[in-house]
Design a protein around this ligand. Structure first.
Ligand code: GAP
Length: 461
């Protein structure tokens, strides 16, 4: 099979497994779907929570000077004027004149191997599009007949708290990124906790963007979750901090078990005027290397803008150096949904075990939705069922477990392999004699007998 075919095949397998096993469903499916939204099912929500916990541990729990925040999704509309999103948060849009399908111009150019950046000026991207328009066909109707490139604002409007009939004249917005909630609370955190510059604020939360063309499953969504950390630092250490965070964030993925060859750096050349540096960590998704996480040295633009628009002094007095300054920001920003897709891609595997082909999610234990499945060898033997229930209740006090007595034992193993369960615990007739159970390892298929008293230690080690 050619590489491109293999990649499409892998993507289809991941999407199919995600739906079939209850990780991810298309949003509003019974109404025919709703573009750019997906719902996380029973195993999806567990995996998602585990990804968030790993990120939180790395960014808050294991850091001396980073604290958490959960700010409101809907803010005063001035937040988005100050941040520049109301006027400048847009993607380049073209429309097919024949069938009226809308596309992102930079994506159409990318498809004919011409690099375009969504930050290019209108003149630049129109000139580039005009130079290549004869090669660009509409993916829907095949015609090569597009409008000129226009800017399309990605902020989603809402009328929350606005009861006027013409509320669109004075809208507020669903947040386009979670970090604005951090900037507007920087002073509150400084005044109410014991942090001192340099310190960071981390947040996990929903963000909304009116993406022109949501695509590639959960890679580009209209409603998604970001995990962002903003470090507030003195101007003279901004770049030093930035480099330190670049190193930490790359290592984070290696520690999670990602292969180094599936990760790489991409440097942004076309920087927004206030930024000092911007690099992306790219992951090799089934559709190629794409942005997973962005790291940005943002200068003091954000706090300065909010100071100007709110009138609140955002400066910080350094008690040691006696210098007053508006802190600069080093940002790390990653999508939870993109991490989820990267995790499925990285740990999906197929092999042959006991002469049978199987699909297996080789998830690290800390990410696995279910840590152990517990089964009686036979579901129609009350004494086995009663003992298995006892073991199940013992384990589930400490970890996410699943009771699984459906089908024969082989089928149970296949199902648990597909959802990435590291261990299957089976209660058989020997258990009734000597209080031991079999523990089957997902990756090797090897089974060993373990005394029930030692089970917790074996499963958690
Ligand atoms: N505060 C900076 C910021 O929002 P960004 O590069 O626009 O920067 C950061 O977004 C991260 O959020 C991306 O690296 C990606 O992981 C995730 N992200 C952005 N847009 C997304 C979308 N439409 N769907 C899913 N994830 C998205």
């Amino acid at each position: 099979m050619a590489q491109a075919e293999k990649n499409t095949d892998l993507m289809e397998k991941i999407v199919s497994l995600a739906k079939r096993r209850g990780f991810i469903y298309p949003g509003s499916e019974i109404y025919g779907g709703f573009g750019g939204t997906y719902d996380y099912g029973p195993y999806g929500v567990e995996l998602s929570k585990n990804i968030q916990a790993v990120w939180w541990r790395a960014m808050v729990q294991n850091e001396d000077n980073i604290v958490g925040l959960d700010s409101a999704i809907v803010t005063h509309p001035k937040v988005w004027e100050a941040s520049g999103h109301v006027t400048g948060f847009s993607d380049p849009l073209v429309e097919c004149k024949q069938c009226h399908t809308r596309f992102r111009a930079d994506h159409l150019l990318e498809a004919v191997e011409v690099f375009a950046d969504e930050k290019m000026s209108d003149e630049e991207i129109n000139a580039l599009f005009d130079a290549h328009r004869k090669n660009i066909a509409c993916a829907t109707c095949g015609k090569k007949d597009f409008t000129e490139v226009k800017r399309f604002n990605l902020l989603a409007q809402t009328n929350l708290g606005n009861f006027a009939s013409d509320w669109t004249k004075n809208p507020t917005y669903l947040r386009g990124e979670t970090c604005q909630g951090i900037y507007i609370n920087y002073k509150n955190v400084l005044d109410s906790s014991r942090v001192k510059v340099p310190f960071g604020i981390a947040q996990i939360g929903k963000a909304f963007r009116n993406e022109i063309a949501p695509r590639q499953f959960i890679f580009r969504l209209r409603e998604f979750t970001q995990m962002e950390m903003q470090m507030f630092v003195a101007p003279n250490v901004e770049m030093e901090m930035y480099e330190a965070w670049r190193e930490k964030r790359f290592q984070y993925y290696l520690d999670l078990g990602f292969k180094k060859e599936n990760l790489r750096w991409h440097q942004h050349e076309n920087l927004v005027f206030y930024a000092k540096a911007a690099w992306d960590i790219e992951y090799q998704f089934p559709f190629g290397f794409k942005e997973l996480e962005g790291l940005h040295a943002r200068g003091n633009y954000d706090l300065t803008q909010h100071q100007t628009f709110s009138g609140v002094d955002m400066s910080y007095m350094d008690q040691e150096t006696k210098e007053r300054f508006i802190p600069h920001v080093v940002e790390t920003s990653v999508g939870l949904d993109r991490t989820f897709l990267a995790v499925l891609t990285e740990f999906y595997d197929e092999d042959e075990l006991g002469g049978e082909r199987r699909a297996v999610l080789r998830l690290p234990k800390k990410l696995a939705p279910i840590k152990a499945a517990v089964s009686p060898l036979l579901r129609n033997k009350p004494e086995l069922v009663a003992k298995a229930r006892e073991v199940f209740h013992l384990l589930r006090k400490e970890m996410m477990c699943e009771w699984d007595d459906n089908g024969n034992i082989g089928k149970r193993y296949r199902r648990q392999d597909e959802i990435g369960t590291p261990y299957c615990v089976t209660i058989d007739f020997e258990t009734l004699e000597n209080d031991t159970v079999t523990v089957r390892d997902r990756d090797t298929g090897v089974q060993k007998r373990v005394v029930i008293g030692d089970l917790m230690a074996v499963l958690t080690n």
